[in-house]
Design a protein around this ligand. Sequence first.
Ligand SMILES: [Zn+2]
Length: 98
Amino acid sequence: MVRKNEPHTHEIDHTPCPYCGHIRSCATGLDDERRPKGGDYTVCAKCGSVCVFDEQLMLRPPSPQQTQYLIENPQMLQRIMHASRVIKLRNKARRLPN
Ligand SMILES: [Zn+2]
């Protein structure tokens, strides 16, 4: 059962990360259970890069205007950068020798 206001994972059409090529087939919202829509920001689960969904829900690098929007919304920027840092730290830990 999915409770309201809990993160919910949605299947989306396969779309490659524009930075690392990782094929993504799902997205998890941070705030609510709605499906992602064009213009939503996201973080690649593989490389941690910040991306934006276009109208076809394909991943794109943020435009200069979308980057500026993030800079002007520090709360949103902080959450996105936190997710990005967690993924990048996880990747770094995996590269460490045993
Ligand atoms: Zn990536």
